[in-house]
Design a binder for this molecule. Structure first.
Ligand code: GLA
Length: 380
């Protein structure tokens, strides 16, 4: 059988939340949990897609891949159906539209990225399939072009107006490193993770059903803030261009809620840059304080945390060996990211599990993660 296998990782973001669609800074890590796509060419123009996680088989016609959520008769035109296969459908549609002629294929998908937990299972699916479809059709792979196409697919086919972070790190991840990314210029720097630090993800096993609405509402608040501030601060294009001083000086131009949303983004951008400096200097206490401040800002100013996420962070702060703990990802449930002194990882997990269970009555999942490479072809 002429099968080729492709993989793309999930991610955890160390710091820099909801900054990417504000032209700001992020610091994600690709993790050792991944989505795989086994792709066998077909003589026609159909993608027949199976997933180990779902029973239905999706058929996508590459000649009518559909135009996304903005089209009226979405399913008749082959657009989104509101199911898992929309990620595949969306990536195929966007790549074809960008001029990458694809080949029909049987696609078999599997994943160990927890779904809907804020670890970018959707980006991992999009990028694994996109990488594989491009490679099978003989197109050279430009990782940034692929990331942008996958982000576009997510906008059009799932309705989340996400930034570039998740798809970018799924494409550009590097073993042993965090990625400092300027989402305006796409300038990137690889920051080696100290070997004596464990990156531990704690899954609250909760997800708010309205997370997409909440995400898009936060984005709308940020954009409203930029519009209102632009009258006073000519030349700003995004919250990236606003300092805390100028934001505070123009507080009266903004509704109170919008002011707090903007303050989160402005201070979070500064925290990412300080965290990069602290990581480069080996200043672990400094990183911990920045993660703490980031969590408080997400909780109080951006209002994307939940009681479960807060309980997980508080449990982590009580454990020995914790350097820092904060919510990670889009919010409204999901996971926390924790930097822990490596020798303390097992005790950390036990303390957090007990603390979280006592506070919420729920059983968490805890993953010690290894910083991993971005998408690629692999041998089974
Ligand atoms: C989701 C989005 C990203 C980013 C994060 C929050 O993961 O896909 O683009 O905005 O939320 O930082």
């Amino acid at each position: 059988m002429n099968v080729a296998r492709y993989r793309a990782p999930g991610r955890v973001n160390l710091i820099g939340e909801h900054t990417d669609y504000n032209d700001g800074f992020v610091m994600p890590v690709a993790i050792d949990r991944q989505t795989t796509a086994a792709i066998t060419p077909r003589p026609d123009r159909l993608l027949i897609v199976r997933s180990a996680a779902h029973e239905d088989v999706a058929t996508i016609d590459l000649d009518r891949p559909g135009g996304g959520l903005s089209r009226a008769s979405v399913s008749e035109s082959g657009g989104p159906l509101g199911t898992w296969s929309d990620y595949v459908r969306g990536v195929a549609a966007v790549l074809e539209r960008k001029g990458f002629r694809l080949q029909g294929a049987d696609i078999s998908i599997a994943t160990d990225v927890p779904m809907g937990a804020g670890l970018s299972s959707s980006a991992a699916l999009e990028v694994a399939v996109g990488y594989g479809l491009l490679d099978r059709a003989g197109h050279p792979i430009d990782r940034t072009t692929l990331a942008r196409a996958c982000q576009q697919a997510e906008h059009e086919f799932t309705g989340t107006l996400c930034g570039i972070m998740d798809q970018f790190i799924a494409c550009h991840g590097r073993a042993g490193h965090a990625l400092l990314l300027d989402t305006r210029t796409l300038d990137m720097a690889w920051l080696p993770l100290p070997p004596d630090i464990a990156v531990i993800v704690c899954n609250t096993m909760t997800k708010h059903v309205l997370a997409t609405d909440g995400y898009n509402a936060r984005r709308a608040d940020c954009e409203a803030g930029v519009r209102a501030l632009a009258d006073r601060l000519p030349g700003i294009r995004a919250l990236r261009d606003v300092t805390l001083e100028s934001l505070e000086a123009n507080r009266d131009a903004l509704p109170e809620r919008v002011f707090r949303r903007c303050r989160h983004v402005v201070t979070e951008n500064a925290r990412v840059q300080s965290a990069a400096a602290a990581l480069r200097a080996g200043d672990l206490d400094g990183i911990g304080a920045l993660m703490r401040a980031s969590h408080v800002s997400m909780r109080d100013d951006f209002e994307i945390s939940t009681p479960e996420v807060d309980a997980m962070v508080e449990s982590a702060m009580r454990a020995d060996g914790t350097i820092g703990a904060r919510m990670t990802g889009g919010g409204f449930g999901g996971c926390t990211v924790n930097l822990v002194r490596a020798g303390a990882a097992a005790a950390f997990a036990a303390t957090v599990r007990a603390g979280y269970e006592a506070a919420t009555g729920r059983v968490p999942e805890i993953y010690t993660c290894v910083a991993s490479d971005g998408a690629g072809r692999y041998d089974a």
